[in-house]
Design a protein around this ligand. Structure first.
Ligand SMILES: O=C(CO)[C@H](O)[C@H](O)COP(=O)(O)O
Length: 224
């Protein structure tokens, strides 16, 4: 039986070794990214000088509690390196993200990043994306319309709930978790999703990751 938590920790440790002084560092969200932020906190305690750009309020609070200096995203031209998790990845480094509802900020940070390092346990590696549903972030007003447009793309969408209410993202939107089955051409699907009015962003990360470090039992494997 694989220990996925330990695999996430190993991948996080390996990724944090790549950081060096004076970098702007994107801080991801989710459990794997949390292990990375904790590891960064240790390195900062031991003298590493970086400035972090968090991808969620939760990651921001954690970074502050660990005395990791932060910089506002509007004050940076680019981010040197980001460490973030993923819900699924393929060997050609395409991803589904957004299981934690933070895909919008995560994608903005990834888009500004020179080296996007994805850390994952071995359950996340797939041949084709799509076992995990694709989160589609929409303005609440357009959620009915977008759901119908997703059906035209053979997607079955369900609004993500928290209890009996739609989950509201940090930017005030809904997420429609959409089942497209296995996705043979994620780049084309990504373009089609962007073309729907009312869609703010979606969780297909195409050509954004530079490297995936995957925990694999007691060690790690790197895909690049
Ligand atoms: O995209 C994300 C949050 O929006 C996470 O990176 C993704 O859900 C993976 O999470 P975890 O590291 O907890 O498995």
């Amino acid at each position: 039986m694989r220990d996925f938590v330990n695999e996430k920790k190993l991948a996080a440790k390996e990724a944090v070794k790549l950081l060096s002084d004076n970098q702007i560092v994107g801080l991801g969200s989710g459990s794997s990214a949390t292990f990375a932020i904790m590891e960064i906190g240790e390195r900062v305690k031991n003298g590493l000088k970086i400035q972090g750009v968090p991808t969620s309020d939760k990651s921001k609070e954690l970074a502050i509690s660990l005395n990791i200096p932060l910089i506002d995203i509007s004050d940076v031209d680019s981010i040197d390196i980001t460490i973030d998790g993923a819900d699924e990845f393929t060997a050609d480094l395409n991803l589904i993200k957004g299981g934690g509802s933070f895909l919008l900020k995560e994608k903005v940070v990834a888009s500004l990043t020179k080296q996007e390092i994805i850390i994952a346990d071995s359950s996340k590696k797939v041949e084709l994306l799509g076992k995990f549903t694709v989160p589609v972030e929409v303005i609440p007003y357009a959620s009915g319309y977008v759901t119908k447009q997703l059906e035209l793309l053979n997607g079955i969408g369900k609004i993500r709930m928290t209890g009996d209410k739609p989950l509201i993202t940090e930017e005030g939107n809904y997420i429609i978790d959409t089942d497209f089955g296995l996705i043979a051409d994620p780049a084309t699907l990504s373009d089609k999703l962007h073309a729907i009015t009312g869609v703010v962003e979606h969780g297909l990360f195409i050509n954004l990751a530079s490297v995936v470090i995957m925990g694999n039992g007691d060690s790690t494997v790197t895909f690049s």
